[in-house]
Ligand binder design. Structure first.
Ligand SMILES: Cc1cc2nc3c(=O)[nH]c(=O)nc-3n(C[C@H](O)[C@H](O)[C@H](O)COP(=O)(O)OP(=O)(O)OC[C@H]3O[C@@H](n4cnc5c(N)ncnc54)[C@H](O)[C@@H]3O)c2cc1C
Length: 402
Protein backbone atom coordinates (compact mmCIF):
# COMPACT_ATOMS: atom_id res chain seq x y z
CA UNK A 1 0.00 0.00 0.00
CA UNK A 2 1.46 3.39 -0.92
CA UNK A 3 1.23 6.06 1.72
CA UNK A 4 3.49 8.99 1.08
CA UNK A 5 4.84 10.08 4.43
CA UNK A 6 3.93 8.92 7.92
CA UNK A 7 5.54 10.68 10.87
CA UNK A 8 5.56 9.12 14.33
CA UNK A 9 6.41 11.44 17.24
CA UNK A 10 7.77 9.44 20.17
CA UNK A 11 10.07 6.43 19.85
CA UNK A 12 8.98 4.37 22.87
CA UNK A 13 7.04 1.10 22.83
CA UNK A 14 4.04 2.77 21.21
CA UNK A 15 5.99 4.42 18.40
CA UNK A 16 7.81 1.18 17.70
CA UNK A 17 4.50 -0.73 17.60
CA UNK A 18 3.23 1.72 14.98
CA UNK A 19 6.35 1.42 12.83
CA UNK A 20 6.55 -2.38 12.90
CA UNK A 21 2.87 -2.85 12.17
CA UNK A 22 2.99 -0.42 9.26
CA UNK A 23 5.87 -2.27 7.63
CA UNK A 24 4.45 -5.73 8.37
CA UNK A 25 1.13 -4.55 6.96
CA UNK A 26 2.76 -3.72 3.63
CA UNK A 27 3.34 0.02 3.96
CA UNK A 28 6.10 0.96 1.53
CA UNK A 29 5.93 4.72 2.01
CA UNK A 30 8.34 6.97 3.86
CA UNK A 31 8.19 6.71 7.64
CA UNK A 32 9.98 9.19 9.93
CA UNK A 33 10.45 8.53 13.63
CA UNK A 34 10.96 11.68 15.72
CA UNK A 35 12.07 11.25 19.33
CA UNK A 36 13.75 13.47 21.89
CA UNK A 37 15.69 10.62 23.47
CA UNK A 38 18.91 9.45 21.84
CA UNK A 39 18.92 5.80 22.96
CA UNK A 40 17.44 3.04 20.77
CA UNK A 41 13.79 2.36 21.69
CA UNK A 42 13.93 0.70 25.12
CA UNK A 43 11.57 -0.89 27.60
CA UNK A 44 10.63 1.06 30.72
CA UNK A 45 9.22 -1.64 33.08
CA UNK A 46 12.68 -3.11 33.89
CA UNK A 47 13.85 0.34 35.01
CA UNK A 48 12.13 -0.18 38.35
CA UNK A 49 12.99 -3.89 38.49
CA UNK A 50 15.97 -5.77 37.02
CA UNK A 51 17.79 -2.74 35.67
CA UNK A 52 17.58 -0.93 38.99
CA UNK A 53 18.87 -3.95 40.89
CA UNK A 54 21.73 -4.32 38.42
CA UNK A 55 20.63 -7.74 37.10
CA UNK A 56 20.19 -6.27 33.61
CA UNK A 57 22.49 -3.98 31.69
CA UNK A 58 21.37 -1.18 29.39
CA UNK A 59 21.60 -3.27 26.24
CA UNK A 60 19.04 -5.70 27.66
CA UNK A 61 16.51 -2.86 27.82
CA UNK A 62 16.54 -2.39 24.06
CA UNK A 63 13.26 -3.36 22.46
CA UNK A 64 15.03 -4.22 19.18
CA UNK A 65 18.60 -4.50 17.96
CA UNK A 66 20.05 -1.80 15.73
CA UNK A 67 20.03 -4.31 12.89
CA UNK A 68 16.29 -5.14 13.26
CA UNK A 69 15.49 -1.44 13.37
CA UNK A 70 17.42 -0.73 10.20
CA UNK A 71 15.43 -3.44 8.41
CA UNK A 72 12.30 -1.35 9.05
CA UNK A 73 13.67 1.33 6.71
CA UNK A 74 12.55 4.34 8.69
CA UNK A 75 14.21 7.73 8.99
CA UNK A 76 15.23 8.23 12.63
CA UNK A 77 15.38 11.77 13.96
CA UNK A 78 16.71 11.02 17.45
CA UNK A 79 17.38 13.77 19.96
CA UNK A 80 14.75 15.92 18.16
CA UNK A 81 11.84 17.47 19.99
CA UNK A 82 8.51 18.23 18.32
CA UNK A 83 7.51 21.78 19.19
CA UNK A 84 4.41 22.53 17.12
CA UNK A 85 1.82 21.19 14.72
CA UNK A 86 -0.20 22.68 11.88
CA UNK A 87 -2.96 20.19 11.14
CA UNK A 88 -4.33 22.21 8.18
CA UNK A 89 -1.04 22.33 6.28
CA UNK A 90 -0.08 18.93 7.75
CA UNK A 91 3.27 20.16 9.02
CA UNK A 92 5.19 19.19 12.14
CA UNK A 93 7.66 21.67 13.63
CA UNK A 94 10.79 20.70 15.52
CA UNK A 95 12.56 22.79 18.12
CA UNK A 96 15.55 23.33 15.80
CA UNK A 97 13.24 25.21 13.43
CA UNK A 98 12.79 22.35 10.93
CA UNK A 99 9.30 21.76 9.48
CA UNK A 100 8.31 18.30 8.22
CA UNK A 101 5.33 17.68 5.96
CA UNK A 102 3.29 14.57 6.65
CA UNK A 103 0.27 12.73 5.32
CA UNK A 104 -0.44 10.88 8.58
CA UNK A 105 0.96 11.80 12.00
CA UNK A 106 0.98 9.65 15.13
CA UNK A 107 1.34 11.24 18.56
CA UNK A 108 3.13 8.79 20.88
CA UNK A 109 4.93 11.16 23.23
CA UNK A 110 4.05 9.42 26.51
CA UNK A 111 4.14 11.13 29.88
CA UNK A 112 6.74 12.56 32.24
CA UNK A 113 6.78 12.30 36.05
CA UNK A 114 5.41 14.91 38.42
CA UNK A 115 7.82 16.43 40.90
CA UNK A 116 7.04 17.93 44.27
CA UNK A 117 7.36 21.72 43.92
CA UNK A 118 10.88 23.14 43.63
CA UNK A 119 12.63 19.77 43.74
CA UNK A 120 13.60 19.27 40.11
CA UNK A 121 17.21 20.39 40.47
CA UNK A 122 18.00 19.15 43.95
CA UNK A 123 20.71 16.55 44.49
CA UNK A 124 19.01 13.57 46.10
CA UNK A 125 15.57 14.25 44.55
CA UNK A 126 14.63 11.68 41.91
CA UNK A 127 11.93 10.54 39.52
CA UNK A 128 11.99 7.36 37.44
CA UNK A 129 10.96 7.44 33.80
CA UNK A 130 14.08 7.23 31.66
CA UNK A 131 17.15 5.05 31.62
CA UNK A 132 19.10 8.15 32.71
CA UNK A 133 16.83 8.52 35.76
CA UNK A 134 17.44 4.88 36.70
CA UNK A 135 21.22 5.17 36.33
CA UNK A 136 21.21 8.33 38.45
CA UNK A 137 19.06 6.75 41.16
CA UNK A 138 21.22 3.64 41.30
CA UNK A 139 24.38 5.72 41.63
CA UNK A 140 22.83 7.92 44.33
CA UNK A 141 21.83 4.83 46.31
CA UNK A 142 25.35 3.45 46.05
CA UNK A 143 26.62 6.68 47.59
CA UNK A 144 23.82 7.01 50.17
CA UNK A 145 21.76 3.82 50.58
CA UNK A 146 18.65 5.53 51.97
CA UNK A 147 15.45 6.21 50.05
CA UNK A 148 12.07 7.70 50.85
CA UNK A 149 9.58 6.74 48.14
CA UNK A 150 6.71 9.21 47.91
CA UNK A 151 3.65 7.51 46.41
CA UNK A 152 2.23 4.06 47.06
CA UNK A 153 1.11 3.13 43.54
CA UNK A 154 2.60 0.42 41.33
CA UNK A 155 5.78 2.33 40.52
CA UNK A 156 6.44 3.37 44.12
CA UNK A 157 5.75 -0.06 45.56
CA UNK A 158 7.88 -1.97 43.10
CA UNK A 159 10.76 0.49 43.27
CA UNK A 160 10.69 0.22 47.06
CA UNK A 161 10.85 -3.57 46.68
CA UNK A 162 13.75 -3.46 44.23
CA UNK A 163 15.74 -1.01 46.33
CA UNK A 164 15.10 -2.97 49.54
CA UNK A 165 16.56 -6.09 47.93
CA UNK A 166 19.73 -4.06 47.31
CA UNK A 167 20.03 -3.69 51.08
CA UNK A 168 19.06 -0.01 51.22
CA UNK A 169 17.02 1.55 53.99
CA UNK A 170 13.62 2.28 52.44
CA UNK A 171 10.57 4.19 53.62
CA UNK A 172 7.46 3.96 51.47
CA UNK A 173 4.98 6.78 51.93
CA UNK A 174 1.42 6.11 50.85
CA UNK A 175 -1.54 8.43 51.14
CA UNK A 176 -3.81 5.37 51.43
CA UNK A 177 -4.20 2.83 54.24
CA UNK A 178 -1.57 0.69 52.51
CA UNK A 179 0.38 0.96 49.24
CA UNK A 180 -1.84 -0.10 46.32
CA UNK A 181 -4.94 -0.24 48.52
CA UNK A 182 -6.80 1.93 46.02
CA UNK A 183 -5.61 0.11 42.93
CA UNK A 184 -5.96 -3.47 44.20
CA UNK A 185 -8.16 -3.32 47.30
CA UNK A 186 -7.19 -3.76 50.93
CA UNK A 187 -6.96 -7.58 50.85
CA UNK A 188 -4.25 -7.74 48.19
CA UNK A 189 -2.57 -4.58 49.49
CA UNK A 190 -2.22 -6.25 52.90
CA UNK A 191 -0.46 -9.24 51.34
CA UNK A 192 2.01 -6.96 49.57
CA UNK A 193 2.53 -4.77 52.65
CA UNK A 194 3.51 -7.89 54.60
CA UNK A 195 6.21 -8.61 52.00
CA UNK A 196 7.54 -5.05 52.39
CA UNK A 197 7.67 -5.49 56.17
CA UNK A 198 9.51 -8.80 55.82
CA UNK A 199 12.13 -7.02 53.74
CA UNK A 200 12.54 -4.19 56.23
CA UNK A 201 10.66 -1.50 54.30
CA UNK A 202 9.04 1.02 56.60
CA UNK A 203 5.54 1.90 55.39
CA UNK A 204 4.08 5.23 56.44
CA UNK A 205 0.69 6.71 55.70
CA UNK A 206 0.46 10.43 55.06
CA UNK A 207 0.80 13.18 52.52
CA UNK A 208 4.10 14.75 51.54
CA UNK A 209 4.26 18.51 51.86
CA UNK A 210 7.81 19.07 50.67
CA UNK A 211 11.34 17.78 50.54
CA UNK A 212 13.35 18.79 53.60
CA UNK A 213 16.90 20.08 53.26
CA UNK A 214 19.96 20.31 55.49
CA UNK A 215 21.40 23.80 56.09
CA UNK A 216 23.86 23.18 53.22
CA UNK A 217 20.98 22.44 50.84
CA UNK A 218 21.16 18.62 50.55
CA UNK A 219 18.02 16.50 50.66
CA UNK A 220 17.44 14.93 54.06
CA UNK A 221 13.94 13.52 53.74
CA UNK A 222 10.31 14.41 53.40
CA UNK A 223 8.21 16.66 55.55
CA UNK A 224 4.59 15.50 55.81
CA UNK A 225 1.52 17.71 55.99
CA UNK A 226 0.94 16.51 59.57
CA UNK A 227 4.41 17.77 60.60
CA UNK A 228 6.19 14.40 60.72
CA UNK A 229 9.59 14.04 59.10
CA UNK A 230 10.70 10.94 57.16
CA UNK A 231 14.51 10.96 56.97
CA UNK A 232 16.41 9.87 53.87
CA UNK A 233 19.29 11.20 51.77
CA UNK A 234 17.38 10.30 48.61
CA UNK A 235 13.75 10.90 47.77
CA UNK A 236 11.93 9.30 44.85
CA UNK A 237 8.69 10.90 43.68
CA UNK A 238 6.14 8.52 42.16
CA UNK A 239 3.19 10.86 42.44
CA UNK A 240 1.70 10.71 38.98
CA UNK A 241 2.53 12.10 35.60
CA UNK A 242 1.99 14.88 33.08
CA UNK A 243 1.23 13.89 29.47
CA UNK A 244 3.73 15.34 26.98
CA UNK A 245 1.25 17.50 25.09
CA UNK A 246 2.57 21.06 25.39
CA UNK A 247 3.90 20.95 21.83
CA UNK A 248 0.30 20.56 20.59
CA UNK A 249 -0.76 23.92 22.02
CA UNK A 250 -2.45 26.06 19.40
CA UNK A 251 -2.84 23.13 16.98
CA UNK A 252 -6.53 22.65 17.71
CA UNK A 253 -5.85 19.08 18.95
CA UNK A 254 -7.95 18.46 22.08
CA UNK A 255 -5.25 17.87 24.67
CA UNK A 256 -6.08 19.64 27.90
CA UNK A 257 -4.59 16.68 29.69
CA UNK A 258 -4.32 13.55 27.59
CA UNK A 259 -4.97 13.58 23.84
CA UNK A 260 -8.65 12.76 23.36
CA UNK A 261 -9.19 10.16 20.61
CA UNK A 262 -12.04 8.18 19.12
CA UNK A 263 -12.16 4.42 19.66
CA UNK A 264 -9.56 3.84 16.90
CA UNK A 265 -7.11 6.41 18.18
CA UNK A 266 -7.98 9.10 15.65
CA UNK A 267 -7.83 12.70 16.82
CA UNK A 268 -8.36 14.67 13.61
CA UNK A 269 -8.01 13.97 9.88
CA UNK A 270 -4.50 12.56 9.44
CA UNK A 271 -3.71 12.72 13.18
CA UNK A 272 -3.69 9.77 15.59
CA UNK A 273 -2.55 9.22 19.17
CA UNK A 274 -1.67 6.11 21.16
CA UNK A 275 -0.01 4.88 24.35
CA UNK A 276 0.38 6.70 27.67
CA UNK A 277 -0.35 10.13 26.17
CA UNK A 278 -3.71 9.12 24.71
CA UNK A 279 -7.22 8.60 26.04
CA UNK A 280 -9.27 6.44 23.69
CA UNK A 281 -13.02 6.45 23.69
CA UNK A 282 -14.23 3.18 25.23
CA UNK A 283 -17.75 2.44 23.92
CA UNK A 284 -18.57 -0.25 26.51
CA UNK A 285 -17.54 2.02 29.38
CA UNK A 286 -19.11 5.09 27.82
CA UNK A 287 -16.04 7.26 28.54
CA UNK A 288 -12.49 7.91 27.45
CA UNK A 289 -9.88 5.72 29.07
CA UNK A 290 -6.17 6.40 29.42
CA UNK A 291 -4.12 3.34 30.36
CA UNK A 292 -0.50 3.96 31.28
CA UNK A 293 0.43 0.32 30.82
CA UNK A 294 3.01 -1.39 28.71
CA UNK A 295 0.76 -3.90 26.91
CA UNK A 296 -1.67 -1.16 26.01
CA UNK A 297 1.16 0.90 24.47
CA UNK A 298 2.00 -1.78 21.93
CA UNK A 299 -1.62 -2.72 21.24
CA UNK A 300 -2.73 0.83 20.60
CA UNK A 301 0.33 1.47 18.44
CA UNK A 302 -0.53 -1.60 16.38
CA UNK A 303 -4.16 -0.58 16.06
CA UNK A 304 -3.37 2.94 14.91
CA UNK A 305 -1.07 1.50 12.24
CA UNK A 306 -3.80 -0.89 11.12
CA UNK A 307 -6.30 1.95 10.85
CA UNK A 308 -3.84 3.99 8.79
CA UNK A 309 -3.47 0.97 6.51
CA UNK A 310 -7.26 0.63 6.27
CA UNK A 311 -7.19 -2.70 8.11
CA UNK A 312 -9.63 -3.69 10.88
CA UNK A 313 -8.25 -3.31 14.42
CA UNK A 314 -7.15 -6.31 16.45
CA UNK A 315 -9.83 -6.97 19.07
CA UNK A 316 -9.47 -4.77 22.13
CA UNK A 317 -8.01 -6.93 24.87
CA UNK A 318 -8.92 -6.70 28.53
CA UNK A 319 -6.73 -3.98 30.15
CA UNK A 320 -3.70 -5.67 31.68
CA UNK A 321 -0.90 -4.61 33.98
CA UNK A 322 1.66 -6.54 35.95
CA UNK A 323 3.98 -5.68 38.79
CA UNK A 324 6.93 -7.56 40.28
CA UNK A 325 7.49 -7.09 43.99
CA UNK A 326 10.02 -9.38 45.71
CA UNK A 327 9.00 -12.95 44.82
CA UNK A 328 5.44 -11.95 43.88
CA UNK A 329 4.31 -11.33 40.32
CA UNK A 330 0.98 -9.54 40.48
CA UNK A 331 -1.11 -9.58 37.31
CA UNK A 332 -4.23 -7.52 36.89
CA UNK A 333 -6.98 -7.75 34.28
CA UNK A 334 -9.64 -5.06 34.22
CA UNK A 335 -10.24 -2.32 36.76
CA UNK A 336 -10.21 -3.42 40.43
CA UNK A 337 -10.32 0.20 41.62
CA UNK A 338 -13.69 1.04 43.23
CA UNK A 339 -14.81 -2.61 43.24
CA UNK A 340 -17.51 -3.36 45.80
CA UNK A 341 -16.95 -7.15 46.01
CA UNK A 342 -13.89 -9.36 46.28
CA UNK A 343 -13.46 -13.11 46.40
CA UNK A 344 -10.44 -15.41 46.25
CA UNK A 345 -11.18 -18.17 43.74
CA UNK A 346 -7.92 -20.15 43.89
CA UNK A 347 -5.00 -20.44 46.29
CA UNK A 348 -4.93 -18.27 49.38
CA UNK A 349 -3.85 -14.80 50.34
CA UNK A 350 -1.56 -15.83 53.20
CA UNK A 351 0.65 -17.89 50.90
CA UNK A 352 0.95 -14.96 48.49
CA UNK A 353 -0.27 -17.32 45.74
CA UNK A 354 -3.85 -16.74 44.70
CA UNK A 355 -6.31 -15.57 42.10
CA UNK A 356 -9.17 -13.30 43.04
CA UNK A 357 -12.10 -11.69 41.27
CA UNK A 358 -13.53 -8.25 41.88
CA UNK A 359 -17.10 -7.17 41.33
CA UNK A 360 -18.80 -3.85 40.86
CA UNK A 361 -22.53 -3.21 40.56
CA UNK A 362 -23.27 -6.94 40.35
CA UNK A 363 -20.78 -7.91 37.61
CA UNK A 364 -17.17 -9.09 37.50
CA UNK A 365 -14.97 -6.03 36.83
CA UNK A 366 -11.46 -7.38 37.40
CA UNK A 367 -9.34 -10.41 38.19
CA UNK A 368 -6.00 -10.35 39.99
CA UNK A 369 -3.47 -13.11 40.42
CA UNK A 370 -0.31 -13.44 42.46
CA UNK A 371 2.13 -16.05 41.14
CA UNK A 372 -0.77 -17.92 39.51
CA UNK A 373 -0.70 -16.96 35.84
CA UNK A 374 -2.32 -20.15 34.56
CA UNK A 375 -5.19 -19.98 36.98
CA UNK A 376 -5.73 -16.29 36.26
CA UNK A 377 -5.82 -16.42 32.47
CA UNK A 378 -9.29 -17.98 32.06
CA UNK A 379 -10.78 -15.31 34.31
CA UNK A 380 -10.05 -12.70 31.64
CA UNK A 381 -13.11 -13.80 29.73
CA UNK A 382 -15.33 -13.12 32.75
CA UNK A 383 -13.88 -9.64 33.09
CA UNK A 384 -14.48 -8.99 29.38
CA UNK A 385 -17.99 -10.49 29.50
CA UNK A 386 -18.84 -8.71 32.76
CA UNK A 387 -20.13 -12.01 34.13
CA UNK A 388 -22.82 -11.52 36.80
CA UNK A 389 -21.36 -11.70 40.30
CA UNK A 390 -24.16 -14.11 41.20
CA UNK A 391 -22.58 -16.65 38.80
CA UNK A 392 -19.33 -16.59 40.78
CA UNK A 393 -19.67 -20.28 41.73
CA UNK A 394 -19.19 -21.04 38.06
CA UNK A 395 -15.82 -19.35 38.11
CA UNK A 396 -14.31 -21.40 40.89
CA UNK A 397 -14.15 -24.76 39.11
CA UNK A 398 -12.97 -22.99 35.96
CA UNK A 399 -10.07 -21.47 37.81
CA UNK A 400 -9.27 -24.58 39.79
CA UNK A 401 -9.21 -26.71 36.64
CA UNK A 402 -6.29 -24.73 35.23
C1 LIG B 1 9.86 2.72 35.71
C2 LIG B 1 8.62 2.24 35.00
C3 LIG B 1 8.13 0.97 35.26
C4 LIG B 1 7.00 0.51 34.61
N1 LIG B 1 6.54 -0.75 34.89
C5 LIG B 1 5.44 -1.20 34.27
C6 LIG B 1 4.95 -2.51 34.54
O1 LIG B 1 5.51 -3.25 35.35
N2 LIG B 1 3.84 -2.93 33.87
C7 LIG B 1 3.20 -2.13 32.96
O2 LIG B 1 2.18 -2.54 32.37
N3 LIG B 1 3.63 -0.86 32.68
C8 LIG B 1 4.74 -0.40 33.32
N4 LIG B 1 5.20 0.87 33.04
C9 LIG B 1 4.48 1.70 32.06
C10 LIG B 1 4.97 1.46 30.63
O3 LIG B 1 6.36 1.43 30.59
C11 LIG B 1 4.40 2.55 29.72
O4 LIG B 1 3.01 2.37 29.68
C12 LIG B 1 4.97 2.53 28.31
O5 LIG B 1 6.36 2.64 28.32
C13 LIG B 1 4.37 3.68 27.49
O6 LIG B 1 4.97 3.74 26.24
P1 LIG B 1 4.81 5.04 25.30
O7 LIG B 1 5.58 4.72 24.07
O8 LIG B 1 3.37 5.40 25.19
O9 LIG B 1 5.50 6.22 26.09
P2 LIG B 1 7.05 6.44 26.38
O10 LIG B 1 7.73 5.13 26.58
O11 LIG B 1 7.14 7.45 27.46
O12 LIG B 1 7.61 7.05 25.01
C14 LIG B 1 7.35 8.36 24.62
C15 LIG B 1 8.61 8.94 23.97
O13 LIG B 1 8.29 10.21 23.40
C16 LIG B 1 9.32 11.13 23.74
N5 LIG B 1 8.80 12.50 23.64
C17 LIG B 1 8.05 13.19 24.54
N6 LIG B 1 7.76 14.42 24.08
C18 LIG B 1 8.35 14.53 22.87
C19 LIG B 1 8.41 15.56 21.89
N7 LIG B 1 7.80 16.73 22.06
N8 LIG B 1 9.11 15.32 20.75
C20 LIG B 1 9.73 14.13 20.55
N9 LIG B 1 9.70 13.12 21.43
C21 LIG B 1 9.01 13.31 22.59
C22 LIG B 1 9.70 10.70 25.15
O14 LIG B 1 10.95 11.22 25.56
C23 LIG B 1 9.72 9.18 24.97
O15 LIG B 1 10.95 8.77 24.43
C24 LIG B 1 6.34 1.35 33.68
C25 LIG B 1 6.82 2.65 33.43
C26 LIG B 1 7.95 3.09 34.08
C27 LIG B 1 8.48 4.48 33.82
Amino acid sequence: MTLRHIVVVGTGATGLGVLETLRRGGCDGQITMVGDETALPYDRPPLSKRFLTGEWNQEQLNLRSEESLSELSAGWMSGCRASGLDTHQRRLFLDDGTAISYDELVIATGVRPRWLPLTEHLDGAHVLRTVGDAIELRQALTDNPELVVVGGGFLGAETAAAVATLGCEVTLLSSEDAPLAGALGSEVATVLAARHHQHGVRIEQGRAERVSLTPDGSVDGILLEDGRHLPGKNVLMTIGSHPNVEWLEGSGIPADRTVECDERGQVAPGVWAAGDVAAWWHPEMGRSVCLEHRTNATEQGMNVARSILGQPPIARSVPYVWSDQYDVKVQVYGFPRDADSFEVVDGNLDDGKFTAVYGKDGVVCAAVGANMARSLRPLRTHVAARTPWADLDRLQPAAAAN
